[in-house]
Design a protein around this ligand. Structure first.
Ligand SMILES: CC(C)(COP(=O)(O)OP(=O)(O)OC[C@H]1O[C@@H](n2cnc3c(N)ncnc32)[C@H](O)[C@@H]1OP(=O)(O)O)[C@@H](O)C(=O)NCCC(=O)NCCS
Length: 187
C-alpha cells in the first residue's frame, strides 16, 4: 500500500441559472424514479456497479465494495439533512427483466442555502446517453424546490470526463482540496 494524495475540486453552481436550463429529454427506454425509502438498496447497488472500477473507488474505498455502498447509502438517507427531492434513480427497460436500475444521485443540504450532490453514478453500459446530465439536472431542481439557492459537489481532478460534464453544465471550481488515500501499488 502507498499513501497517495488525490487532488479534488469543489465545484459550485447558482441554482437560479439551473432551473432556466433546457436539458434534452431522456433517451427512449429510460425513466427516472423519485426517492422513496424502499429504494435505498437499489441506489446502493447502482452506486457499487458505477464506481467499482473507477478512480473514486481508490479515493473512497467504501465505493469499491458492495457492503461499503450499502452502508454509505443508509448513512446518506438517514441524515437529518437528506434532501429526498434531490435523490433520483435512473432505470432502463429490459424486455426480459423489466425496469432495471442504472443510475443514481443523492442530495443533502449543507446549511440553509446550499445543496451538496453525493455520488453521481451511471453504470458503464449506459454512459454517454445523457443520463448523468439528466440525473444531475433533476437533483439540482430538487434542491431548488427544497428552497436552496446554490449547490456544490466534489470531484477528483483526474476524473476528467466528470469534470468536463460539470463544467459544461455550469459548475465552476471554487476550491482545491487534497484527499489522502492508501492505494495498492503495482510491482
Ligand atoms: C460521470 C458519469 C456519471 C457520467 O454519466 P453519463 O451518463 O455518461 O453522462 P452523460 O451521458 O450525461 O454525459 C457524458 C459525459 O460524461 C463524461 N463521461 C465520463 N465517463 C464517461 C464514459 N465512460 N462514457 C461516456 N461519457 C463519459 C464525458 O464528459 C461525456 O461527455 P463528453 O465526452 O461528450 O464531453 C459516469 O461516467 C460515471 O458514473 N462515472 C463513474 C462514477 C464517477 O466518477 N462519478 C462522478 C463522481 S464525481
Amino acid at each position: 500500500m502507498g499513501i497517495t494524495y488525490f487532488k479534488r475540486y469543489r465545484m459550485q453552481i447558482d441554482l437560479t441559472d439551473v432551473v432556466r436550463r433546457n436539458v434534452p429529454p431522456l433517451a427512449e427506454g429510460y425513466r427516472l424514479v423519485a426517492w422513496s425509502e424502499p429504494l435505498w438498496a437499489k441506489h446502493a447497488e447502482v452506486k457499487f456497479l458505477s464506481f467499482q472500477y473507477e478512480l473514486d473507488a481508490h479515493v473512497f474505498p467504501c465505493l469499491g465494495n458492495r457492503d461499503g455502498c450499502r452502508r454509505l447509502m443508509q448513512d446518506i438517507c438517514s441524515r437529518w439533512n437528506f434532501v429526498p427531492q434531490a435523490t433520483w434513480l435512473a432505470e432502463h427497460y429490459d424486455p426480459h427483466h423489466g425496469w432495471q436500475p442504472c443510475g443514481t444521485v443523492q442530495g443533502i443540504a449543507d446549511g440553509q442555502e446550499c445543496g451538496a450532490i453525493q455520488n453521481l453514478g451511471v453504470t458503464p453500459a449506459h454512459r454517454g446517453r445523457g443520463l448523468g446530465t439528466r440525473l444531475l439536472f433533476e437533483a439540482l431542481c430538487g434542491f431548488w424546490q427544497a428552497g436552496l439557492k446554490e449547490a456544490y459537489l466534489e470531484v477528483t481532478v483526474q476524473n476528467t470526463g466528470a469534470v468536463r460534464l460539470y463544467e459544461r453544465f455550469g459548475f465552476r471550481p471554487v476550491r482545491t482540496l487534497y484527499r489522502v488515500a492508501d492505494v495498492a501499488t503495482v510491482g
